[in-house]
Design a protein around this ligand. Structure first.
Ligand code: WT7
Length: 626
C-alpha cells in the first residue's frame, strides 16, 4: 500500500466510519450481510462493544470453504516440526477436510454450539484443526499454552466450564519431550471434563481413561469428511483466551466472530500484503493471541500460506529460523524482539550462513524492540533490504493497532509508528488530562475497533472495571507511550502491575500468590526488572516465616515451586529475601520503591517518609540482587 492509499483510508474512516467499516466488511463472506457497523459505547450508562450486530457468517467458511473453488490445491499450512525438515504441507482442500472431520468428532463427543472446548496442544496442524473445528460448529475454544502447568490448565478449564479437552500424548521442544497428557490428567483430577480427544504426536506411552479419552486418529476414521457450517451471529463468541492482568487470576478475554475475523483479516492484508507468491511465518505459539490471529485466522482468511513451527529458535542451533526460512521459502517473517535479542548475542554467522534473499518483510510483536535489536534485524537478517514492521497490539485488541504500513509509513527504529485507519489514540497524564503534541503518558484508545474484546468470560463487571474506569470514556491499554514531533508512538512498556517477560504477560499478583502458597513463605512482592534478553525479568521479594533460614537452595526451591504452580515463564529471575517489605502505615506495599531497587536505581526510590518503617528500605537496598 502506498502513502496515498493509506491516507485515503484514514480520510474515509474519519469522515464516515459507518460506511468505511461496511465496505471493509466485504472482505468476508456473510450469510447475511450486516446493515450496521459500530454500535459500541465506552460510557458507563450505555456501555457495550458491538459490531456488525445483524450480520451472520461462519469463520471456517471464510478461512477455508471460500478458497476451495479457486485455490483448493494451494498450500494452506506448512508444518515444520522440532527437527529440521520434520514436517509436511497441507492444501486448503486438505485442511478443509480435516477441520470438517474434527468438527464432526467434537459433535460425536457431545459438543455443540456455545459449548467450551479447551485446547492444550503442541504447535501441530491438529491444534488449528481443533480451533477451526470448534468454529465450524459454533463451539468456543480456549487454547491454553502447552508450557502452562497442570494447575494453570485446571483453573482455565474450570473458569470457562470446558466440556471437552483436546490434547496430545506429548509435545517436543528443542529435542525434549513435554508430558502434555500427563499434565492434562493432573489438571482433570482438579477440573474434570466429559471427554478428551488426544492427538498422537510422539507415540510415547500415556495413560488412557476408558469412557473419557478418545484418540483423534480413531475418531477421525469414524466420522464424515463433510460438516455443514453453523450459521453464527457476528457477535457470537469465537474464543476465550486467558491473559494476565494487574490483579487476581488471569481473565478470559472473549472475542467474537464477525469483528475479530474482519480485524485480523484486514490488518494482515494491510500490513503484510501477502500474495500468492508469499510464504508467511509467524513464530508465535497458538497458545498466545499472536498465534490465534496471525498463525491461524488471518492468513487462512486471506488464502495465504502459513507456517506452523513446533520448535524453538536455538535448536538444533542458532541458525534455525534462517535455515528453515530458506528451506520453506519464507518471504514474510514475524517474531518477538526477545528471540532476536537472544540470537543477536550468538553472532552474525548463524544468520549469514543461510540465504535469506527470499525474505521481503520482517515484523516484530509482543514487547518494545530496542533500537539495537531493530538495527540488527534490519542490517543482518534483512541485509538492509527489508522493511520492518514493529506491530503494537494486545490480547484484548485482537489484532494490530499501531504499526507501520510498508510502503506508506517511514519507520524509526524502536517506534511502532502510527495507528492504523480507524484506530484513535490519546495520551493522558495520571489524572486523565489529555496531553497534546509531543508528550509521554498513558496510552488510551478513544473509539472502538472491530477486533476489540467483547468481555471477560463470566464477569461482565470486570471488563468495564478493568479497562474503562481508570480514564472514563476511554479504553486504557495499561501501556505507557511517548509521542514524538512526528506523532510517532514509542511504547515505553506496562505502567500497571503486569510484567512483560519475553513478550509474554505475567501478573505480579499471580506470581505472588504462587510464592505465598509455599509453606516457608510469609509474604511476597513481585516487580519487573530489566533483562537483556527477556526485556523484563521477574524480581521477587520474599519474606520467610519467622526463624526460617535463607539459603541458595531455598531460592532454587522457590523457583521450581513457581514453575510447578504456573509454568516456566513465571519462574523468578531474582529472589531477594526481605526481612520486611516497605509498607505505608495503612499496610499498603509501596511498589515504586521495590521497582527502583530491582531496576538497580536505589538512589531513585524517592520519598520514603510515608512508610511505617522507613529503615526497611536501607536493608532492602543492601540485599539487592540486581
Ligand atoms: C502487551 C500485550 C500483541 C500480541 C502479543 C502480546 C506489549 C505488544 C508491542 C510492541 C511495545 C508491545 C504491550 C502490550 N507489546 N506489542 N510492538 N511494542 N510493546 O500480547 O500478551 O496481550 O501483551 O505487550 O505492553 O500491552 P499480550
Amino acid at each position: 500500500m502506498n502513502a496515498q492509499e493509506l491516507a485515503a483510508r484514514h480520510e474515509a474512516v474519519n469522515e464516515d466510519a459507518e460506511s468505511y467499516w461496511l465496505e471493509e466488511a466485504k472482505r468476508l463472506d456473510w450469510y447475511s450481510f450486516p446493515t450496521t457497523a459500530n454500535r459500541s459505547s465506552f460510557d458507563e450508562g450505555d456501555f457495550g462493544i458491538r459490531w456488525f450486530e445483524d450480520g451472520e457468517l461462519n469463520v471456517t467458511v471464510n478461512c477455508l470453504d471460500r478458497h476451495l473453488a479457486t485455490r483448493g490445491d494451494r498450500t494452506a499450512i506448512i508444518f515444520e516440526g522440532d527437527e529440521p525438515g520434520e514436517g509436511y504441507s497441507l492444501t486448503y482442500a486438505q485442511v478443509h477436510e480435516e477441520v470438517c472431520r474434527f468438527a464432526n468428532a467434537l459433535k460425536a463427543c457431545g459438543v455443540g454450539k456455545g459449548d467450551r472446548v479447551a485446547i492444550y496442544m503442541p504447535m501441530i496442524p491438529e491444534a488449528a484443526f481443533a480451533m477451526l473445528g470448534c468454529a465450524r460448529i459454533g463451539a468456543i475454544h480456549s487454547v491454553v499454552f502447552g508450557g502452562f502447568s497442570p494447575d494453570s490448565l485446571a483453573d482455565r478449564i474450570e473458569d470457562c466450564g470446558a466440556k471437552l479437552l483436546v490434547t496430545a500424548d506429548e509435545g517436543v521442544r528443542g529435542g525434549k519431550r513435554i508430558p502434555l497428557k500427563d499434565n492434562a490428567d493432573k489438571a482433570l483430577e482438579k477440573s474434570p471434563v466429559e471427554a478428551v480427544i488426544m492427538v498422537r504426536r510422539t507415540g510415547g506411552e500415556v495413560n488412557f481413561v476408558e469412557g473419557r479419552d478418545r484418540w483423534w486418529h480413531d475418531l477421525r476414521e469414524e466420522v464424515s469428511a463433510t460438516c455443514e457450517p453453523e450459521k453464527m451471529n457476528a457477535e457470537d463468541p469465537l474464543f476465550i483466551l486467558y491473559t494476565s492482568g494487574s490483579t487476581g487470576k488471569p481473565k478470559g478475554v472473549m472475542h467474537t466472530t464477525g469483528g475479530y475475523l474482519l480485524w485480523v483479516t484486514a490488518t494482515f492484508d494491510i500490513v503484510f500484503g501477502a500474495t500468492d507468491e508469499d510464504v508467511f511465518w509467524c513464530t508465535a505459539d497458538v497458545g498466545w493471541v499472536t498465534g490465534h490471529s496471525y498463525v491461524v485466522y488471518a492468513p487462512l482468511a486471506n488464502g495465504a500460506t502459513t507456517v506452523m513451527f513446533d520448535g524453538v529458535p536455538n535448536y538444533p542451533d542458532f541458525g534455525r529460523f534462517w535455515e528453515t526460512s530458506n528451506r520453506l521459502g519464507v518471504t514474510i517473517f514475524y517474531t518477538a524482539p526477545t528471540a532476536l535479542r537472544a540470537l543477536m548475542r550468538e553472532g552474525d554467522e548463524w544468520v549469514k550462513q543461510h540465504d535469506r534473499s527470499q525474505i521481503r518483510l520482517l515484523g516484530t510483536v509482543g514487547e518494545p524492540i530496542n533500537p539495537e535489536a531493530w538495527n540488527w534485524y534490519h542490517e543482518v537478517v534483512g541485509d538492509g533490504r527489508c522493511e520492518i514492521v514493529d506491530t503494537w497490539w494486545q490480547t484484548e485488541t485482537g489484532g494490530m493497532l499501531i504499526t507501520p504500513v510498508p510502503g506508506a509509513v517511514k519507520t524509526k527504529p524502536g517506534s511502532a509508528t502510527l495507528p492504523l485507519p480507524g484506530v484513535y489514540t490519546k495520551l493522558v497524564d495520571n489524572d486523565g488530562k489529555e496531553l497534546t503534541g509531543p508528550a509521554e503518558g498513558n496510552l488510551c484508545l478513544t473509539q472502538s475497533w472491530p477486533g476489540q474484546m467483547r468481555g471477560v468470560w463470566g464477569d461482565d463487571e470486570r471488563f468495564f472495571q478493568t479497562y474503562f474506569t481508570t480514564y472514563p470514556g476511554m479504553y486504557f491499554t495499561g501501556d505507557g507511550c511517548r509521542r514524538d514531533d512526528d506523532g510517532y508512538h514509542w511504547i515505553t512498556g506496562r505502567v500497571d502491575d503486569v510484567i512483560n517477560v519475553s513478550g509474554h504477560r505475567m501478573g505480579t499478583a499471580e506470581v505472588e500468590s504462587a510464592l505465598v502458597a509455599h509453606p516457608k513463605v510469609a509474604e511476597a512482592a513481585v516487580v519487573g526488572m530489566p533483562h537483556d534478553v527477556k526485556g523484563q525479568g521477574i524480581y521477587a521479594y520474599v519474606t520467610l516465616n519467622a526463624g526460617e533460614p535463607e539459603s541458595e537452595e531455598l531460592r532454587q526451591e522457590l523457583r521450581q515451586f513457581v514453575r510447578k504452580e504456573i509454568g516456566a515463564i513465571a519462574s523468578p529471575d531474582a529472589i531477594q529475601f526481605a526481612p520486611a517489605l516497605p509498607k505505608t502505615r495503612s499496610g499498603k506495599i509501596m511498589r515504586r520503591i521495590l521497582r527502583k531497587i530491582a531496576e538497580g536505581e536505589p538512589d531513585k526510590v524517592g520519598d520514603v517518609s510515608t512508610l511505617a518503617e522507613p529503615a526497611v528500605v536501607d536493608a532492602l537496598i543492601k540485599g539487592a540482587q540486581a
